[in-house]
Design a protein around this ligand. Structure first.
Ligand code: TXA
Ligand code: MG
Length: 351
């Protein structure tokens, strides 16, 4: 299959491109699209065959369900069983990077939800994603547009690297603003549970929900119940470049000493620009400024892909905090590191 690569230019010409992409969706094809979080691999959520093609193009395990993307929060009425809490959350966070799990209706094929009785709903705020859903008139199933297991794509070239020849079309709408996928929550009688952290944080949800629980597997991936995970995506190896990611929980000076003492072969190190002077070797992968969680989120997947483009054997990453805006980054990087964290507390332990 030849994959068409089309650039969105912000001119009236875009209407024609969106129109063509909508035809592809309606006829059961696949289009990679920008969203505010990461690029998505879009197909109609009403057509079983489209879902099958999505799993095949990604090499995604058949038991990992897809998110259904809607133009408006109230469209969830058509495909799922909404609740008052859904609407309270939707009012605050939709459109935007929040995905809510609801009981599904029969018009969403089982292939989309991997056979499950629930479906995940999200309204993307990105104008291209939004317009494609509106113009096609279909709800859109869209996982991240990476090959299964690899870092999610945050620009159209990342998508091309993984999906060229496997899908009908790629729409290049530039860099994704947020850089990590949406927050996924399930609703409970007294609040909600975060199944995957994202840019909508625990505190932001607590403002609307009252009680917010974080699923233990978000922080400690080894706690996933393999037979019955709260969210199937939890149990898979994820976000991993070919380079080995070495995640170290340590004070900054201890981390830098460790990298300087142990880095060998072609290695890289994640560092904010203003800490770069601490490293005596290796290739520096600049994450933004110190204490800037948004910049770190924005650059995370690009830097993991850069590690492979540069042919690095290993990448050293200092463990981010496990809370607030950083929780989303922590959750991705710990999986990219194969769920291993090395704890170093003072310099004497390093020798
Ligand atoms: O930001 C995002 O959410 C991006 C963009 C493209 O919208 N999409 C995305 O989709 O990250 P994906 O398929 O890569 O991740 C969806 C996650 C998976 O971990 C999956 O297991 C979980 O959501 N999920 C989907 N449906 C679910 C359900 N019914 N119950 C529990 N978890 C569900
Ligand atoms: Mg994904």
């Amino acid at each position: 299959m030849t994959t068409e690569f089309l650039t969105i230019t912000g001119t009236p010409a875009d209407d024609e491109i969106i129109g063509r992409a909508a035809e592809v969706i309606k006829s059961g094809g696949l289009v990679a699209i920008p969203t505010e979080t990461v690029y998505g691999l879009a197909g109609s959520a009403l057509l079983e065959d489209s879902a099958r093609k999505i799993y095949a193009a990604k090499g995604r395990p058949a038991d990992n369900p897809l998110i259904v993307h809607l133009a408006k929060p109230e469209d969830a009425e058509l495909y799922g069983e909404t609740t008052p809490l859904y609407y309270r959350l939707a009012e605050r966070f939709m459109p935007g990077p929040l995905t809510i799990i609801l009981k599904k209706k029969d018009n969403i094929p089982d292939t989309v939800t991997a056979g499950g009785a629930t479906a995940a709903f999200r309204c993307p705020s990105h104008p291209i994603a939004h317009r494609l859903i509106e113009v096609s008139g279909h709800p859109i199933a869209a996982p991240s547009a990476n090959s299964s297991g690899f870092p999610s794509p945050t620009n159209a070239l990342h998508v091309k690297a993984d999906m060229d020849g496997k899908i009908d079309m790629i729409l290049d709408g530039g860099e994704c603003e947020i850089g990590v996928e949406s927050t996924v929550v399930k609703l409970n009688d007294d609040g909600c549970t975060i199944l995957r952290p994202g840019a909508v944080t625990e505190d932001m949800l607590a403002d609307v929900c009252g009680k917010v629980t974080i699923s233990p597997a978000v922080i400690e991936p080894t706690l996933v119940d393999e037979k019955n995970p709260e969210s199937p995506g939890m149990k898979y190896k994820h976000y991993s470049p070919t380079a080995e990611v070495i995640l170290i929980d340590a004070p900054l000076d201890v981390f830098a000493d460790h990298v300087n003492g142990h880095g060998e072969g072609k290695y890289g190190v994640f560092t904010p620009a203003d800490e770069a002077h601490l490293y005596t070797g290796g290739i520096l992968l600049i994450t933004g400024e110190t204490d800037n969680a948004s910049q770190l989120s924005h650059s995370l997947f690009t830097l993991l892909r850069n590690a492979d483009e540069l042919g690095l054997d290993t990448v050293y990453v200092r463990c981010p905090p496990k809370s607030g805006e950083y929780l989303a980054v922590y959750n991705r990087i710990v999986r990219a590191a194969g769920c291993r964290i090395t704890k170093l507390r003072d310099n004497r332990e390093n020798t």
